[in-house]
Design a protein around this ligand. Structure first.
Ligand code: NAD
Length: 353
């Protein structure tokens, strides 16, 4: 059964891709289609898309190398150059077929090519299906800082088919699940309780969970589309998580995935929530135990605390010398714009040593 979540400027369609996308494309008159893929989505997702939507068989394919490490300016230049070489005009459509990296970067490229052409998101990872593909945040990493260059712009539509998840490696499923846990923690205690009953991520029926998470994200981004205030609740786990992710990308031979870093960020920011907000000790332990049971241990050396603090201060969410956090007042209740000093943050990072 297909479902539609309507936002002010576009809709999120959830169901079989053929049912969702064909009517959308028939109603538009695009001059050319460009499908952005990486080597994994080219192998696992593109054949499904092309077999289900014959109209796309003549589409131009633009391929990039997968991974956060490639969410950067040189990759954008490659995409812009491909668009120019293949004479994409202002009536062209870019179809982002992939995870959050493809969605964020493909949307950014589309929004800046010829001052902006249409794009749609076909998210193929759990993380992008529940989070990255909606809310209009687009961009790339630059000078070791995550998502530091970008803009807000909406796609013409988001098309979510859980069939794409069949080929997604377990580590990527677990990474996406971190954003699902975050949605529950910031907004819905009952949803959190439901998630705590899940023991095995490899046997979950995702459709219901994706819908529940999308509803939380939709409610937040509609209330504050440009992150003037309330939308910052979505940053729970991200101030510390982004810093650790950036550090890991630069130094680890097998870097942390986005959701893995956010899981670590949530462990530390839960500690801060107990110390500097009203989160109870028992709730803190419940959250941390749940996350630790799912994600592999990752230790952080005291020697890198200083570097992590610099990364946190440079994070675009921080406008002053203090570090800006979204913390939990309780399970399902968040507090944003909590400013804490570097000394406090360093102290609490000790729990990762
Ligand atoms: P990703 O885009 O790197 O994809 C993960 C991996 O899975 C890649 O290797 C990809 O090739 C592969 N893959 C994708 N779909 C597949 C499939 N169906 N089968 C097999 N392999 C597949 O990572 P992600 O976790 O989807 O996204 C992380 C990115 O999203 C980060 O850059 C993060 O900053 C961003 N993000 C953005 C927002 C937002 O609001 N815009 C929100 C959260 C995260």
């Amino acid at each position: 059964m297909s479902q539609i979540l309507s936002l002010e400027h576009y809709a999120i369609h959830i169901g079989p891709i053929a049912d969702l996308l064909s009517p959308f494309l028939r109603n538009k008159s695009y001059s050319q289609y460009f499908i952005l893929v990486d080597e994994n989505t080219q192998r696992d997702c593109l054949p499904i898309l092309l077999s289900q939507i014959p109209l796309l068989q003549s589409a131009n394919i633009i391929d990039i190398s997968s991974g956060e490490i490639n969410k950067n300016l040189p990759t954008c230049q490659h995409i812009w150059a491909s668009l120019i070489e293949q004479q994409a005009d202002r009536k062209s459509l870019i179809i982002n077929l992939g995870g959050g990296v493809i969605g964020d970067m493909g949307g950014f490229v589309a929004s800046t090519y010829k001052r902006g052409i249409d794009f749609i998101q076909i998210p193929t990872t759990l993380l992008s299906q529940v989070d990255a593909s909606i809310g209009g945040k687009l961009g790339i990493d630059f000078m070791d800082l995550k998502n530091i260059i970008g803009l807000f712009n909406n796609p013409q539509g988001v098309f979510i088919d859980i069939a794409f998840l069949k080929t997604l490696p377990f580590r990527e499923i677990r990474s996406g699940y971190a954003e699902i846990l975050k949605h529950a923690l910031i907004a819905d205690a009952n949803y959190w309780q439901k998630l705590t009953t899940i023991q095995d991520l490899s046997s979950v029926q995702w459709e219901e969970i994706i819908l529940a998470s999308l509803q939380i994200k939709k409610q937040v981004v509609e209330a504050d589309p440009f992150e003037k205030g309330y939308r910052k609740v979505l940053n729970f786990g991200h101030t510390i998580g982004h810093a650790i992710e950036s550090w890991s990308l630069k130094h680890d031979t097998k870097p942390l995935l986005h959701g893995e870093a956010i899981a670590l960020g949530m462990i530390v920011e839960t500690e801060l929530s107990c110390l500097h907000q009203s989160l109870s000790l028992s709730a803190k332990e419940e959250i941390q135990d749940q996350i630790k049971a799912l994600y592999p241990k990752y230790t952080v050396s005291v020697d890198i605390f200083k570097e992590l603090i610099v990364l946190m201060k440079n994070d675009k969410k921080n406008e002053t010398d203090l570090i800006n956090f979204t913390l939990l007042a309780d399970i399902g209740e968040s507090a944003y714009n909590v400013e804490l000093s570097a000394v406090i943050v360093k102290d609490v990072l000790e729990i990762l040593v």
